[in-house]
Design a protein around this ligand. Structure first.
Ligand SMILES: *Cc1c(COP(=O)(O)O)cnc(C)c1O
Length: 390
């Protein structure tokens, strides 16, 4: 039998071994590890809601009103009031007829793609799509085509090929992209993608995981920012675990698509419903994100993004700023060095990013302060320690 120890040694030798680090404080711009404080630039809590007093109170209220657990999967006896209210709220914010929530964004991606695509269908993905989308597409049994990151000529040629393969009466062609790419922070060229999929009669699944709450009017995402949220994107996916500050995933679409997912998405059908308290709190968070609190947090977040992007001479596309360093050992050493100086920034390596593109992935939050950003910029320039007085 192949030994797990040998396999781990092999990962070690290639600087690809990962381990868990315990944090002894709530999630936030400052975290406590092993008796020491760190400035945290590793979280996707873009609006600083994860430990926000209002969200904590909403979660506690959710437990008091609706209980802690949901008892069963949604189709058995687990659809409770807060699940229904959250889905109505998501559909209203995203401008679709209906929505369905899942226990995670990963479960939403895998459930949706396996339910809507299968043998005889074609799924076309951007090369840098998130693992959950790739896994869902693979598991679906559909024929996969990958286009190089942002290469819309290749997307077009894949679509032309797919139209010749798929019977339009019985088959489906799905184009899959993220709006903000999770490890590069850049944005999909959405308007021409929508035109292409419409011209070829395909559907588009848009994963707004890193865009909801961050981009667009009222934080409604990239489709809304570009005026494409009026039904032109067939499947709008997202997560409750990033800007929303909780956990869970969702898919917004037409009523028939959502009804089909309720019947076919195995990660929805065969999984116990998320806690009703989380659904209750998530509905509040989604409403706050679309209102004045969200606007205020977004102003602060984007001020930080522009500040750091200017200092690092990087484009300011989103709250994710990658510093690509190349090989695994270099990225690991840089992350270690920054950690010794009090900064928590992850080294992202293969297979999360392509080989030879290991990087520091910096993520910003509305609840960082000006000085945090300035210290980070200084540390990245000279690896200076943060000012303990700040
Ligand atoms: C994080 C992420 C997911 C998965 O969402 P979870 O709620 O964390 O499971 C899906 N897609 C993208 C692009 C992501 O970054």
């Amino acid at each position: 039998m192949r030994s797990p120890g040998d396999e781990l040694d092999d990962l070690d030798a290639r600087h690809l071994r990962r381990g868990l680090r315990r944090i002894d404080s709530p999630q936030g711009p400052r975290v406590h590890i092993d008796g020491r404080d760190y400035l945290n630039f590793s979280s996707n809590d873009y609006l600083g809601l994860a430990a926000d007093e209002r969200l904590k109170a909403a979660l506690i209220e959710g437990v008091a009103r609706h209980g802690a657990g949901s008892g069963a999967s949604r189709l058995i006896c687990g659809t409770l009031g807060p699940h229904d209210e959250l889905e109505q709220c998501l559909a209203a914010v995203k401008g679709t007829a209906a929505a369905l929530t899942f226990s995670s964004g990963y479960a939403a991606a895998v459930g949706t793609l396996t339910a809507l695509a299968g043998k005889g269908d074609v799924v076309i993905l951007d090369k840098l799509c998130h693992a959950s989308l790739i896994d869902g597409a693979r598991l679906s049994g559909a024929t996969l085509r990958i286009y190089p990151h942002h290469d819309l000529d290749r997307l077009d040629s894949h679509l032309c090929w797919a139209v010749g393969q798929v019977d339009p009466a019985t088959g489906r062609i799905l184009v899959v992209t993220e709006s903000v790419f999770s490890m590069d922070g850049d944005r999909a060229d959405l308007a021409p993608i929508v035109e292409l999929k419409e011209r070829h009669g395909a559907w588009l699944l848009l994963d707004e995981a890193h865009a909801h709450g961050v981009l667009g009017p009222a934080g409604r995402g990239l489709a809304a920012e570009l005026g494409l949220a009026d039904g032109r994107v067939d499947l709008l996916m997202g997560t409750l675990s990033k800007a929303v500050g909780l956990s869970g995933g969702y898919l917004c679409a037409s009523r028939p698509i959502i009804d089909l997912l309720i019947n076919r998405a195995r990660s929805f059908i065969y999984s116990t419903a998320p806690s009703p308290a989380v659904a209750h709190a998530a509905r509040h968070a989604i409403e706050w994100i679309a209102g004045p609190l969200g606007d205020e947090r977004r102003r602060s977040l984007w001020r930080h993004v522009h500040h750091l992007a200017d200092r690092l001479r990087l484009p300011a596309h989103s709250a994710i700023l990658p510093l690509i360093l190349g090989d695994n050992a270099t990225a690991l050493a840089a992350a270690d060095d920054l950690r010794q100086h009090g900064y928590l920034i992850p080294a992202i390596r293969y297979p999360t990013v392509p080989r030879g593109q290991a990087r520091l992935r910096i993520t910003l939050s509305a609840t960082h302060c000006e000085a945090d950003i300035e210290h980070l910029a200084g540390a990245l320039a000279s690896r200076r320690p943060p000012d303990p007085a700040a």
